[in-house]
Design a binder for this molecule. Structure first.
Ligand SMILES: [Zn+2]
Ligand SMILES: [Zn+2]
Length: 330
C-alpha cells in the first residue's frame, strides 16, 4: 500500500532540525522547520509549497534563505506559517538582500503568524521588491491549512517564547484496486488523482456512502459517475504525522500536547537533553529524551523518531535512544 505522505527526515540528529513531507503524486512538499536542509535533493526542495516554522531560533530558520533562493522563479505562492514574530523575521530576512532586479520574478510569499486565537497574514511579492503588505487577520482554531488531501493543525506552546507544534492529518486514505480497474477497462493515469480528490470531497467516512451519487468524472473522453467508479477505491484509515520541537518540559505543555498528537502514526520529537541534565532542560526550555518517550507513550503513537540532540552528547547518542525507548515502551 502506498502512503500519501513520503517522509524525508534529517539524517543526523545533531544537525539543525527539519522534516520534509512529499505528497504522493502531487507536485508538492511540506517543510517543517528550515534547519540543516543542505544534503536534501534539490528536486524535493523545489516542490516545497508550504513551510511550517516552530519558532525562529536560528537552528530552525537558517535554511529559509536557501529555499527562497531556489524558489525565486516559482509561480504558485509559497506559504510560510509560524508563531508570533514570524512576519517580522521574514521581513527582516528579506531586508537583508537587495532586490532591484527581481520585479519580473513571479514568486509571492504569503506569511501567516499564529498567535493565541488569531492568524495575522502579510504578503511579500517579488513584483513589489518584497515590500511587506499587511492583510486582514482572521480567527485561528487549530487548523491552519486545508488541502483536499490533508489538513495541517498547529498548537501554540511555550519554549519561554511562543512555539508551535504541528500535525498533518489525512482523514482517510484511498488506494486503487488494480484488478477492479482492469475489470472496468480503465487505464492507470493522472485521472486517478482527480478521482481521489473527488472522493475526498464527496465520500462520508462515517456513513461509508457518497454524499452525492451524481458527480461525474471524465476518464479519457468517457464520462463516469463517481458511484460507478467506487469499486476501484479501497478506503483505509488516514495517516497522522506530528512534529514537536523545542518545548519547555512543563505539565501545562504536556497536557496540551498529548491530545494534540494523540494516535499519530509517526511522531518526530526533540530529545535535546538526558534526564540526568533535567535542570539544564528546565533552564533551556527543552524536552529530555525521557519526556519524548513519555509523550509518545501517553499519546499512543505508533512510531517515534528522535531529533535535535544537544551537542554535549555527541559521543553518546545511544544513551538518548535508550532513555527515550525505556519511557516509550514502559
Ligand atoms: Zn529553540
Ligand atoms: Zn532548537
Amino acid at each position: 500500500m502506498k502512503q500519501t505522505f513520503h517522509i524525508i527526515a534529517i539524517k543526523n540528529p545533531f544537525d539543525d532540525p527539519f522534516l520534509l513531507i512529499r505528497i504522493l503524486r502531487e507536485k508538492k512538499a511540506l517543510l517543517f522547520d528550515a534547519g540543516y536542509i543542505y544534503g536534501v535533493d534539490t528536486g524535493h526542495l523545489l516542490k516545497i509549497s508550504d513551510i511550517f516554522i516552530t519558532h525562529t531560533h536560528i537552528d530552525h530558520f537558517i535554511g529559509f534563505d536557501t529555499i527562497l533562493r531556489l524558489l525565486l522563479r516559482r509561480n504558485s505562492p509559497l506559504k510560510v506559517f509560524g508563531p508570533k514574530g514570524i512576519i517580522d523575521c521574514i521581513e527582516g530576512k528579506l531586508k537583508g538582500y537587495t532586490w532591484n532586479l527581481i520585479k519580473d520574478y513571479p514568486i509571492k510569499i504569503e506569511a501567516y503568524e499564529v498567535y493565541r486565537n488569531r492568524i495575522n497574514h502579510s504578503s511579500f511579492y517579488a513584483q513589489n521588491s518584497f515590500k511587506r503588505v499587511d492583510n486582514d487577520s482572521y480567527e485561528f482554531n487549530k487548523t491552519i491549512l486545508v488541502d483536499p488531501l490533508y489538513k495541517v493543525d498547529a498548537l501554540e506552546l511555550s519554549h519561554q517564547i511562543p512555539v508551535l507544534s504541528f500535525s498533518i492529518n489525512e482523514d482517510f486514505h484511498i488506494n486503487i484496486n488494480k484488478e477492479a480497474l482492469l475489470e472496468l477497462g480503465l487505464p492507470i493515469g493522472p485521472w486517478l488523482s482527480d478521482f481521489k480528490k473527488a472522493l475526498k470531497r464527496y465520500y462520508n467516512l462515517e456513513t461509508k456512502q457518497l454524499i452525492d451519487n451524481e458527480v461525474i468524472l471524465k476518464v479519457n473522453n468517457s464520462l463516469y459517475t463517481l458511484k460507478d467508479l467506487m469499486p476501484i477505491a479501497v478506503i483505509t484509515k488516514g495517516q497522522k504525522i506530528s512534529y514537536v520541537m523545542d518545548v519547555s518540559p512543563t505539565e501545562e505543555n504536556f497536557s496540551k500536547l498529548i491530545p494534540f498528537i494523540k494516535h499519530s502514526d509517526h511522531l518526530f520529537c526533540e530529545a535535546y537533553f538526558l534526564e540526568k541534565d533535567r535542570q539544564r532542560a528546565i533552564d533551556r526550555h527543552h524536552l529530555t529524551a525521557s519526556d519524548a518517550g513519555r509523550l509518545a507513550k501517553e499519546a499512543e503513537v505508533l512510531n517515534l523518531t528522535l531529533m535535535h540532540f544537544s551537542p554535549k552528547y555527541i559521543n553518546s547518542p545511544q544513551e538518548i535512544y535508550n532513555e527515550a525507548m525505556d519511557a516509550f515502551k514502559k
